[in-house]
Structures are given as C-alpha cells and as structure tokens.
Design a protein around this ligand. Structure first.
Ligand code: 13P
Length: 249
C-alpha cells in the first residue's frame, strides 16, 4: 500500500508576512495526519519555511534545481545548497519550466540526477498540452518524458523519486482532468515502469496536478493509481491545502 503524498507548489507567490501565516495554518491544520505532506516554496523563503515547519509533519522543498553540482552558473541553485536548507524534495520539469525556460527532457533528466545524487527526492513532472491531447499523443508524450529519466538515471532511481502527472491544460485553468482521464495516464505511467521493474512500479507514487481543489481531491485520489496531488493555487490558501491533505488521509 503506497502512502499518499500531497505537495504544494507555491510557484512565484508569497511574502514573508503572508508565508508566516500560511505556514502556521498548514502546520496546525495537518498536525496528526499520517500521509506525507510537503510545500515547495521559492528559494528565498526556504530558510523561513524550514524554521516554521521544524519538528512538524510537513516537509519542504524547492521548485527547481540546477543540473550542475557547482560552478560558474549565475542564478542557479545546486541540490547540495537545497539540502543545506533542509529540503527533502525538488520539483523538476514542471511544465512552466519546460515552456518558459526551455527545460528539455534531457535537462530535466540531468536535474533529476543532480537532485538524487545530493539526496533530494525529485518530483518529476510530466504531462501533455491541450494540443497534444487533441492529437491523441498523450501516451507518447508522457512516455517520452518518463523514458528520458529512465535512460539517464535508471529505473531503480524511481524508488527515490515521485512522479507528478500534470496535464498542461488543467494547470491553473480550473479545468481538472476527470478521475478517469487522470487514472488512465497514471496507469500508463505505472505500466511503463513495470516493464522495467515490477517492484519499483508497485512502490512508485504518482501524483496528479492540475486544478486539484478540496471539492475534487477525494474522487481523484480514490483512483487506484493516483497516490496524491501536486497543488498550485489551492496550496496558497491554508484551509484549502489542509482540506486536500485531509481528503488524502
Ligand atoms: P493548479 O493547482 O493551480 O492548477 O497548479 C497545478 C500545478 O502546476 C502544480 O505544480
């Protein structure tokens, strides 16, 4: 039985005073839940987040990581630096990174490898655009994104990773994949991994992301291959994020 996992992705939102309140609300609201929970915050807020969540059942992480261990890469942040700030997770290959910052499948795989080497768990995001769904190439796109990871890191590395299926057309649009649509892709991902290793596939947590809200979370997470959620907008409201965590319990 896989333990459910709910992670918040704050994206580029927040302020020191606003975060303090949000983190307090999340910490208090999820105390006692036995699922895995994390918030992935902008880099400058990692210290604040670590302080606010120390000793709680909420872990924290970053929203990206450099593929390089160190060096002359202005503006980049290494996995080792994230570990110093107590991060357990790094989101890698979010569609916003792929679309706006040119993160290719190969770069995403290299970033995952860098995260894994430093002891971070990558949350590898995969998912098709609306155009790709309408052209019926969802399976091909998601498989290509997953295969880039497997080729670079090996299937065994998925034992220390999390996958998030985020259909691009559902992100921030209020248009959620139906539980059946999401389940179909989650099952496909697990089957692809099972071809390499049945044991890794059985233990792999596959999160759904894309307009998950308190009102649809339970139904989505009731699907056999949906092991939790990666939450954007609803992670910015403590009561909503807490309600989604409670629905996962
Ligand atoms: P929304 O929940 O705002 O649709 O965002 C999903 C997402 O991109 C999480 O990484």
């Amino acid at each position: 039985m896989r333990k459910k996992f709910v992670a918040g992705n704050w994206k580029m939102h927040g302020s020191l005073p606003g975060n303090a309140e949000l983190l307090r609300g999340v910490r208090a609201g999820v105390a006692g839940l036995s699922i895995d929970i994390a918030v992935c915050v902008p880099y400058p807020y990692l210290a604040q987040t670590g302080e606010a969540l120390k000793g709680s059942n909420v872990a924290w992480g970053a929203q990206d990581v450099s593929e390089h261990a160190q060096g002359a890469y202005t503006g980049e942040v290494s996995a080792a630096m994230l570990v110093e700030f107590g991060c357990q997770y790094a989101i890698v290959g979010h569609s916003e990174r792929r679309t706006y910052y040119g993160d290719t499948d190969a770069v995403v795989a290299a970033k995952c490898e860098a995260a894994l080497k430093a002891g971070l768990l990558p949350i590898l995001c995969v998912g098709e655009t609306l155009d790709e769904r309408e052209r019926n190439v969802t399976a091909a796109v998601v498989t290509r994104q997953l295969d880039a990871f497997i080729a670079r890191c090996g299937v065994a590395a998925l034992a220390n990773s999390v996958i998030a299926y985020e259909p691009v057309w559902a992100i921030g649009t209020g248009r959620t994949a139906s539980p059946e649509q999401a389940q179909e892709v989650h099952a496909l991902i697990r089957a692809r991994v099972a071809r390499e290793s049945a044991a890794v596939a059985a233990g792999l947590r596959i999160l759904y992301g894309g307009s998950m809200k308190p009102g649809n979370a339970k139904e989505l997470m009731a699907q056999p291959d949906i092991d939790g959620g990666l939450i954007g907008g609803a992670a910015l409201v403590a009561a909503d994020f807490v309600a989604i965590c409670a629905a996962a319990q």
